[in-house]
Write a protein that binds this ligand. Structure first.
Ligand code: TMP
Length: 206
């Protein structure tokens, strides 16, 4: 793995992203790779403050545009503070969500459009694009059934079902557009099967 490697994970709530991020990081560490794991929104001090706003249940008055800028601001901070320096130092970066979350949630879910979200994020990402993105594909129904068993409900969980249908629809469109980067993984399978699949792709590609 000579080139900087930036891996992102995407998917709906309950798609198993965080579990798979953890499993992949462990496997790479076993291979003595230096890994940096980040999440969005968050991952930096400022980013975590932003996350408190975007995920705060009380913030129902947050507009779609403000939400988009906050996600981009958190990303701008993360790219400059953590991701770019890590890649420069030859580390592997694994991100639990990145630009595609904004495209899916704000672009499609909030109907702001993909182009608008790209424009708003260009400065934030500063040309940093993942080498590979795993879209963990579970339907909103499966995702929510799983999530309700495990975690506390945040502001975005309170959205209407049609919002998540639009987000999911966006997530299905993105891999067709960015074929060279986004890989769709059937995440309704077992944790072990999904992690094995991801590992085989990483080994083959990198
Ligand atoms: P999670 O990381 O626990 O899934 O929570 C993050 C929430 O923020 C999730 O509902 C997705 C949402 N989100 C966006 O709407 N746009 C973004 O760009 C990002 C990174 C997250």
């Amino acid at each position: 793995m000579k080139n900087p490697l930036f891996i992102s994970f995407e998917g709906l709530e309950g798609s198993g992203k965080s579990t798979q991020v953890g499993l992949l990081a462990s496997r790479l560490r076993e291979e003595k790779k230096e890994i940096v794991v980040v999440r969005e929104p968050g991952g930096t001090r400022i980013g975590e403050l932003i996350r408190d706003i975007t995920n705060g249940r009380q913030n129902v008055d947050l507009t779609a545009v403000s939400e988009s800028y906050l996600m981009a601001a958190s990303r701008a901070q993360l790219v400059r503070e953590i991701i770019k320096p890590a890649l420069k130092n030859g580390k592997i970066v694994i991100a639990d969500r990145f630009i595609d979350s904004s495209l899916a949630y704000q672009g499609y879910g909030r109907d702001l459009g993909e182009e608008t979200i790209w424009k708003l994020n260009n400065l934030a990402i500063d040309k940093v694009i993942p080498s590979v993105t795993f879209f963990l594909d579970v339907t909103p129904k499966i995702g929510f059934a799983r999530r309700n068993e495990t975690v506390k409900i945040d502001r975005l969980d309170l959205q209407q079902q049609d919002f998540y249908e639009r987000v999911y629809n966006g997530y299905k469109i993105l891999p067709e557009k960015y074929k060279e980067r986004i890989i769709v993984i059937d995440s309704s399978k077992s944790i072990e099967e999904v992690s094995q699949k991801i590992w085989s792709i990483i080994k083959e590609k990198f």
